[in-house]
Design a protein around this ligand. Structure first.
Ligand SMILES: Cc1ncc(COP(=O)(O)O)c(C=O)c1O
Length: 307
């Protein structure tokens, strides 16, 4: 079935985020540039895959009036879907682990989505299992977007974020560093950059343990591994402790004026570590996946003190 789909104004605001240098935190070895994904209209990098997933489903007639979009999300993709569904008039149902921040649950409801809270101890995997169960129980009611296995997730970054980074650095990027959640960002950007520059180094970031507090990231060894994950792509992996990611998020705010979340902190910890071993002729790029507003009520903002 072919549908003529009208685009919503908010779609045009997704992507083309600023790429800015770290001035005070960086300085050793190679320069580090960070892409401010919190500047997307839904507040995170996940606006990009959500847009590609929604548009592809519309083109294929899978998402249409009367069908509800369903997925599991630790929060950000859900917020992106909720924003797009609100703009386009679709129902939206998101399975979210109880541990997701209160701000995120409120944002989802703010956009009019139905929020299904799943066992916090099971993390994002519990939310995925619940979404699968719902989709299987009532397939006609839902379009199950399945961000963990949907190739549009990778495509959004291959055609969008990766191209932007290549163009914005005028082809000078030599190292790309990013944390793995669904792995869409790392895989899509990584494949694009590798196509543009043969020797580009791709460094994945993971939490150092299964029980971590870096929202949005997965510890692949112990998690439900996403279907889109390409274990052969990374040249290296940096493991980051939750406390170090949180402390770096606070330092980003206090020393660079960049209010970002803990996965941004993890990416910057890893990017600075990579950059320190390089020369000024090389160039490290990473992403700040979301802004810090969604975490301000969390205790680690207070305990990391002012500097
Ligand atoms: C805050 C945050 N950081 C990082 C990621 C990881 O991005 P990706 O799913 O593209 O691997 C996510 C994904 O949900 C996220 O919400």
């Amino acid at each position: 079935m072919s549908l003529l789909v009208e685009s919503a104004p908010v779609e045009a605001a997704i992507g083309r985020t600023p790429l800015v240098p770290l001035r005070r935190l960086g300085g050793r070895g190679a320069p580090v540039l960070v892409k401010l994904e919190g500047r997307n209209p839904g507040g995170s990098v996940k606006d990009r895959p959500a847009l590609w997933i929604v548009q592809a489903a519309e083109r294929r007639g899978l998402l249409r009036p009367g069908v509800r979009l369903l997925d599991a999300s630790s929060g950000n993709t859900g917020i992106a879907y909720a924003m797009l569904c609100a703009a386009k008039g679709y129902g939206c149902e998101i399975c979210v682990p109880a541990t997701a921040s209160e701000e995120r649950k409120k944002l989802l409801r703010g956009y009019g989505a139905e929020v299904v809270i799943t066992d916090g101890a099971e993390g994002s995997d519990g939310a995925i299992r619940e979404a699968r169960r719902r989709a299987a129980a009532d397939p006609d009611r839902y379009y199950y977007a399945d961000q963990y296995n949907n190739p549009e997730n990778v495509r959004a970054h291959f055609e969008g974020t990766g191209v932007e980074i290549w163009e914005e650095t005028r082809g000078r990027v030599t190292h790309f560093v990013a944390g793995l959640g669904t792995s869409g960002t790392f895989t899509g950007v990584g494949r694009r950059l590798r196509r543009c520059r043969h020797g580009v180094r791709l460094i994945a970031v993971q939490p150092d343990s299964a029980f971590h507090g870096i929202e949005g990231l997965k510890h692949m060894e112990t998690a439900l591994v996403p279907g889109i994950y390409d274990a052969a792509l990374a040249d290296a992996t940096v493991l980051v402790r939750t406390e170090d990611a949180q402390e770096m998020a606070v330092r980003l705010a206090r020393e660079e004026g960049l209010l970002a979340g803990p996965s941004s902190g993890a990416n910057v910890v890893a990017a600075l570590e990579v950059a320190a071993a390089l020369t000024p002729a090389e160039l490290v790029v990473t992403v700040l996946p979301d802004g810090g507003e969604r975490y301000l009520s969390e205790v680690w903002w207070e305990t990391n003190g002012s500097r």
